[in-house]
Write a protein that binds this ligand. Sequence first.
Ligand code: ADP
Length: 394
Amino acid sequence: MELKEKIAFYKVCFDSMQAGILVFNNERDIVLANIPISLIFEYSSEELRKFKACKLFKNCGVLKNFIIHSDKQKYKTLVELIGVKKSGQEFPVEVSFGKIEYEGKPYFKLLLTDISLRKKREKKIKSLNYQLEEEVKLRNIELEQVIEKLKKSLSKEKELNFLKTKFIALASHEFKTPLSAILSSTELMAKYADLNNFKKRNEHLNKIKSMINHLNNMLDDLLTLENIESGEINLNITKFNLNDLIRDIYKNSKPLLKKNQQLTFNNNDDKEIYHDYKIITIILTNLLYNAIKYTNEDGSIKVEIKSNKKNIYFTIEDNGIGIPINEQNLIFARFFRAKNALYYPGTGIGLNIVKGYIQNLNGAISFESTENKGTIFKVQLPKLNTYEQESITN
Ligand code: ADP
C-alpha cells in the first residue's frame, strides 16, 4: 500500500470508531478529532480544529490535571465529565485519557463516549428502585400492623379460651350441687305426691326453681364474660319501673334465703326509667346473691334503691362473713375468691362481670366490709339522657 493510501486507510479506521477520539497538545489546542466527536458535539471538523479542547467540557480542570500528571498515570481509568454541545446543551460523557509522543512532542488523547442514554436509564432504574423500596417499606409497615393485630386477637382469643376453660372447670363443679339438689327434691316430691302433702311439695318445687335460676345465672355469667371480653355490650334500652324489676329479683331470690334470713327491699323511687333491664338485673342479682350466700342463717340483708335526676343508686348490705381487709383490693379480679369464702360455692367471676358492666355504663361501684361483721356494696348508675330516651320512644 502506498503511503498516501495508507494515510487514507488510517483515516477511515479513525473515523469509523464508535467512540470519539480527540487529540490535543500541551496548550490544549485540538489537533485531531474523528467524525464521532463532530457528531457528538455537533461541530464540523474545521470548527473543532480552531478550538481548545476545554471548550467541549463544562469543567476544564480534569484536562489540565491530566496534562500536569500525565507521566504518573499513562492511561487513566474511566472518568465521567459534562460535555457541552455547540447548542450549549450539556450532556454526560465518559472519557479515558492517554498520552502519546510524536516527533519529540507530547500529545494527549481522549477516548470519549456519549453516555446520555445510559444515564437516563440509570436514573430511571434508580427512581424505579426508590419507588420499589418505598412500596416495600409501606407494605412492610402494613404487614407489621396486620401481624400486630393478628397477635393481639390471637392472644385475646387465647385468653378468652383460657377463661372459658377455667370457667367451665369451675362451673361444672358448681353445677353438681344444684343438680343433685334438684334430683333429691324431685325424688322427695314424688314421695309427697303419694302422701298428698302439698306444703312439702311446694317447698321442693320452689327449691327446684331457685336451683334452676342459679344454674341459669351461671350460664348467663359465661355468656356475659364473653361479651365483656370482646367489648360487645349492646344495650337494650326499654322503659320500665324499678319496682317491677325489684319484684322479679325478690321473687327469684326468696327461695335462696337461708333459715331465718331477713331480706328487705327499700325502694324510694316509683318512677319509670329508661335503661337496660337485663344488665341492671345481672348487677343487682350478683350482689344480692352474694349477700345471701356469704351471710349465715338468721342474718339480714337490706337492699336500698334511690335515684335523682341524673343517677340511680343501689346499696346492698349484709351482716355476713365480710371480706378480709388484706384481700379487699383483689375482690374485683377475675376468679378471685377470699380465703373465708372458700367454704361457700362460687366461681369468683360475678363481681368481675358486675364491674365490667358498671364501667361500660359509666357508673361506679364501691364497698365497705369488716370480717365477721358484714359488707355493703354501693352502686351508682347514670340514667340515660333525653336524646337516648327520645331515640327509643320514637
Ligand atoms: P363468687 O361469689 O362466685 O366467689 P364473686 O366474684 O361474686 O364470686 O365474688 C368474689 C369474692 O368476693 C367472693 O369469693 C367473696 O370472697 C367476696 N365477696 C363478694 N361479695 C361478698 C359479700 N357480700 N360478703 C363477703 N364476701 C363477699
